[in-house]
Design a protein around this ligand. Structure first.
Ligand code: ADP
Length: 726
């Protein structure tokens, strides 16, 4: 039977030692001290009692035992009532211990006859090192030194207590040394293990910080590089063809410059907030009219995306303190996010409420019916640089840094408010901002601010040249067909201008569309971004390279994500090249042309009717097996005059158009020309290696008319088949 249930005991101790607001660490520390005190109490009182029974003549030592019992009784009992000032309580206790021990040393006859009680002060000081306030340790140490000096000065006047015989003195000396050294060792071991845990924690924190930093660099570089690519590219275009590009190009430079400025401002604001250097400029005015004014300026933005924007205030006017600039930042971020993460045709609502009686609060709710946020991401969306990549997959052209909400929350905190979020994945999101209603600031007629549009219009460009963009030239020429897969319209625009002279160009705005267009058009080369909504560049690359129908198409990855990891990921999956934004115009053109030339080399390899030489290059394996499959099919059907293309399509699991396109791109020959050539080569082989005559060979290789066979044979080999037979 168990007398003590340790769990129950533990819970009981927790309960009596806890106080409202205590942290887990504090409670553990308190419990350690308290349990130590209880243990010492039991030990000392037990020893004193034992001594009293067996050696009643040791009067002074028994009194010392009773004194220590009192001290250790005081300690756990007081511990139950003293809450936050644990250090203070321990200090009083330890000071009593040093001074009390000093008197007993005097009574016993001085330091030499104290049975080692002089060392108790040392232990006390060591123990006090756990105090948060190191001054207390210094105090204890000073008092201890004073007692030592006093013991020394008073020594000539002391008389040795009769109970302190030599044997008793030596025994007590050893006894005290044993327990003091045991406790000191435990203390030091404990300290070392705490240091190790601390080190581990620090290492973990550093690792996490490292991860955040990498994420930051990746996001920030992407955000900086894309606009920079456009700006640098556009300046070059303007320089080369000012008449064509001056207007359009400067507009794009302006727009991309604003994006960069906005980004830098956000980062500066965050660091200002962090350093406590952001000031609040409150004025008193009608917050409802101001919100109306702010929201008004988002209408065109919402309309652009075919989203309805509704403002439903709970009242017509509410005069309160407010920092118009900060409120604009908050509202801009929430509404732009709501629009950004909504699908066209959706609705964004802004509602206001007033809550609380004694302490009035003003609430602004921004609701959307967009993509929503998964529950697992919700606790993190206010973290700096946190972005839910999956929700961003649905939003073409809208990347972000994950800074917006972090900044918004900090600003709201600065205003004494709170922000919360509720969301159902796939259904929508609701952000609620709650601000205190106060009336202390100077009264203003109207809360107004100069043009809020500037700060967010940058993020949502009005594309008046959108139609122009969509009409990418697709005229049929001999130029190779290039498919650009990129979600930033500005970058597409720039690339088109750049590559138009060399390529026919098609555009897809994300990986999914890129894949569709690849299957449908069979481009000669693909140029794709990595970070894109719906399907990213790496996934597209994977699909293209592992599909027999498209595996031969070179893919060049063009991205701002220039870190090593994604570079490797791209190359491992078979990207043919990797170009980082902002790229050099010439480098890009040269790389792309190189692939076109490479294709010509590939054609040489496959146009050859003879056996394929096995290649060391792994990237040929899929193409080799494709050609091999077709060859084998043709050889199996070589006697048939009419070649069934339908059966061949079935054999390689491709549509007729896809098969023709891929075959032509690999061999630069049509299927029938290749088959004809294959028949004739086979015929030549039969003629040279067997006894068959020309008409037999002709019929065996699918030529019903011998005359036709002879003509084709002579055209290809420059010699009449009958001559070979001689
Ligand atoms: P950014 O939009 O630049 O990525 P934010 O800090 O504004 O950064 O938002 C952080 C993340 O929270 C976003 O990446 C997005 O996934 C998510 N989020 C914010 N607002 C919404 C919303 N209204 N609907 C769905 N997701 C949202």
């Amino acid at each position: 039977m168990k007398f003590i249930d340790l769990n129950t005991l533990n819970r009981w101790v927790d309960k009596i030692l806890a106080y409202p607001g205590i942290t887990h660490e504090e409670l553990t520390l308190r419990k350690d001290y308290w349990m130590g005190g209880v243990f010492a109490l039991l030990l000392i009182s037990g020893l004193t009692l034992g001594f009293r029974i067996t050696y009643p003549e040791f009067k002074i030592l028994i009194s010392y035992g009773l004194f220590m019992t009192f001290i250790f009784l005081l300690y756990p009992v007081a511990g139950l009532f003293v809450h936050r000032n644990l250090d203070g309580m321990m200090f009083v206790n330890q000071m009593l211990m040093i001074i009390g021990t000093f008197f007993f040393i005097l009574k016993l006859g001085g330091v030499i006859h104290s049975g080692g009680l002089i060392f108790i002060g040392l232990f006390v000081i060591l123990n006090s090192l756990t105090f948060h306030n190191k001054k207390k340790t210094l105090w204890l140490f000073s008092v201890y030194i004073v007692t030592l000096i006093l013991v020394w000065l008073l020594d000539p006047h002391l008389t040795v207590a009769p109970e302190m015989t030599h044997r008793a003195n030596v025994f007590l000396f050893i006894f005290n040394l044993v327990w003091i050294s045991a406790m000191t060792l435990t203390f030091i071991l404990n300290l070392i293990s705490q240091l190790a845990t601390l080190e581990q924690k620090e290492a973990k924190r550093l690792k996490e910080w490292d991860k955040t930093k990498t994420k930051l660099y990746t996001n920030i570089t992407h955000e900086f590089r894309t606009p920079l690519t456009v700006i640098l590219g556009m300046t070059e275009l303007i320089r080369n063809k000012p008449d064509k590009w001056l207007l359009k190009g400067t507009r794009k430079i302006d727009h991309n410059g604003s994006i960069l400025l906005n980004l830098v401002n956000q980062m500066l604001d965050l660091s200002k907030l962090e350093a406590g250097a952001m000031s609040v400029g409150k004025i008193q005015g009608d917050i409802i009219s101001y919100l109306k004014y702010l929201i008004e300026s988002f209408h065109s933005l919402a309309e652009n995306k075919n989203i309805r924007l509704c403002f439903r205030p709970h009242t017509d006017h509410l005069v309160m303190d407010c920092d118009p600039e900060k409120l604009m930042q908050i509202i801009s971020n929430l509404i732009t996010n709501a629009i950004k993460y909504s699908k066209p045709g959706g609705k964004v609502e802004i509602l206001t409420l007033q809550t609380g009686i004694e302490e009035q609060r003003f609430e602004i709710q921004v609701r959307d019916h967009g993509v929503g946020i998964l529950a697992e991401h919700l606790p993190h969306i206010f973290d700096r640089f946190y972005r839910v990549e999956s929700s961003n997959r649905f939003i073409p052209g809208m990347s972000g840094t994950g800074l917006g909400l972090a900044l918004t929350r900090e600003i709201i905190k600065l205003l004494g408010g709170t922000i919360s979020v509720e969301s159902i994945f796939g259904q929508g999101t609701k952000f609620t901002v709650s601000l205190p209603v106060t009336h202390n600031a100077p009264l203003m007629e109207q809360l107004a601010l100069a043009g809020p549009e500037k700060s967010f219009s940058a993020l949502f460009p009005a594309y008046d040249d959108e139609k122009e963009m969509a009409a990418v030239p697709t005229e049929q020429t001999d130029k190779p067909l290039l498919l650009i897969v990129e979600d930033s319209r500005d970058v597409v625009d720039y690339l088109t201008a750049l590559l138009e002279p060399e390529f026919r160009i098609q555009v897809a705005v994300n990986g999914r569309e890129g894949l569709e267009k690849t299957l449908q058009l069979g481009p000669d080369i693909i140029l794709s971004d990595i970070m894109m909504p719906e399907m990213d560049g790496i996934e597209l690359l994977d699909k293209v390279k592992n599909d027999m129908r498209t595996s031969h198409i070179p893919v060049v990855i063009l991205t701002a994500k220039a870190d090593i990891a994604s570079r490797l990921a791209g190359l491992e999956r078979g990207a043919d090249a990797y170009i980082a934004k902002p790229f050099h115009r010439k480098e890009l053109v040269i790389q792309l042309k190189k692939f076109v030339r490479l294709r010509e080399k590939l054609q040489e390899r496959y146009a050859n009717i003879g056996h394929l030489k096995p290649s060391k290059d792994k990237s040929f394996s899929l193409e080799d097996s494709f050609i091999q499959k077709i060859r084998e099919f043709m050889l199996r059907n070589i006697e048939e005059e009419e070649f069934s293309i339908k059966k061949l399509c079935h054999e390689v699991a491709m549509s007729r158009a896809q098969l023709y396109r891929k075959f032509k791109s690999l061999t630069n020959k049509t299927i029938s020309a290749y088959f004809q050539s294959l028949r004739l080569h086979k015929a030549k082989e039969y003629l040279t290696t067997s006894d068959m005559n020309v008409s037999e060979v002709a019929s065996l290789t699918g030529f019903k008319s011998q005359a036709h066979f002879s003509r084709a044979f002579t055209r290809l080999f420059g010699i009449n088949p009958s001559k070979i037979k001689g």
